[in-house]
Ligand binder design. Structure first.
Ligand code: FES
Length: 82
């Protein structure tokens, strides 16, 4: 459950590129290439388009996280817990 100091979920769209940073939302990153896992973010709603090098195909099918430094959205809406 989200606490009172939690930030609101972030909405990505397919056209967002790269989504959070372009909109002025700060995401902690290190590699910015989808290889370190620093930006691991929970997906609250929608279907991620995983473009990282961390998850294999079977993990991508069930993962409720994504790495927003490189990933995008396959669905019309993708809501992240940032
Ligand atoms: S910053 Fe390294 S995976 Fe996103």
């Amino acid at each position: 459950m989200r606490g009172p100091t939690s930030r609101p979920p972030w909405l990505l769209t397919r056209r967002s590129s790269p989504p959070p940073r372009r909109a002025g939302v700060e995401v902690i990153t290190s590699c910015a290439q989808g290889v370190c896992g620093t930006c691991d973010t929970e997906v609250l709603e929608g279907e991620p388009d995983h473009r990282d090098s961390l998850l294999d195909d079977s993990e991508r099918e069930i993962a409720r996280c994504l790495f927003p430094c490189v990933s995008r959205s396959r669905s019309e809406r993708l809501v992240l817990d940032l």
